[in-house]
Design a protein around this ligand. Structure first.
Ligand code: ATP
Ligand code: MG
Length: 171
């Protein structure tokens, strides 16, 4: 099964991210991520067998991560494949450490795919027709988090559905 580790926004933040997605969609077109799918990917695991997925779910349930707060204050895009996102102007040291700590654990399970670079971002649009617009609303959000979620990504149609499998202990 296809898995990734992510931060899932609390409901109030999800709504505000959704409002930014609406504004971006009106200006840039493409496919707007549904509110329930908005997330920050910390580690993309790719295809994992059922047994290892079960082990990882157990491990995540017993994990406690340091609580943190991520400041979102920037728009960004990945030209290919037309992704418009929001994230931070500056690198975030706590998220970088969390990303590294998670990948240390994944590598202990022989999982490949650790990326050389981590750019924390929340994808709002896919396949956007325009990548930049100068009248996008100002981004000024704080994301307080204390849990990571192991998510199963299921693609049986147009857009992937994300099903949470396990959450780390709330800290
Ligand atoms: P689909 O690929 O079916 O259009 P999706 O991109 O929403 O849907 P996944 O590809 O399963 O779903 O991706 C889940 C999360 O992991 C997303 O945040 C995605 O950006 C990220 N991701 C996917 N592939 C990689 C990769 N190779 N490296 C890093 N992150 C990835
Ligand atoms: Mg994808």
């Amino acid at each position: 099964m296809r898995l990734f580790l992510a931060l899932v926004p609390p409901p109030g933040l999800r709504e505000r991210l959704g409002a930014l997605a609406d504004a971006a969609h009106a200006r840039c077109g493409g496919r707007r991520m549904p509110d329930e799918s908005l997330h920050l990917t910390l580690a993309f695991l790719g295809e994992v067998g059922d047994d290892l997925a079960g082990e990882l779910a157990e491990e995540i349930r017993s994990l406690a991560i340091p609580a943190g707060c991520w400041t979102l204050d920037a728009w960004g895009h990945f030209r290919c494949p037309g992704i418009v996102w929001v994230g931070g102007h500056r690198p975030d040291a706590a998220l970088q450490r969390l990303h590294e700590r998670l990948w240390d654990r994944l590598e202990a399970h022989q999982l490949p795919g650790r990326p050389s670079r981590f750019i924390p971002h929340v994808t709002l649009l896919r396949r956007a027709e325009r990548l930049e617009a100068d009248d996008l609303p100002h981004v000024d959000l704080e994301w307080s988090y204390n849990q990571v979620t192991l998510i199963h990504s299921i693609n049986d149609g147009q857009a992937a559905r994300y099903v949470p499998l396990a959450r780390s202990r709330a800290t």
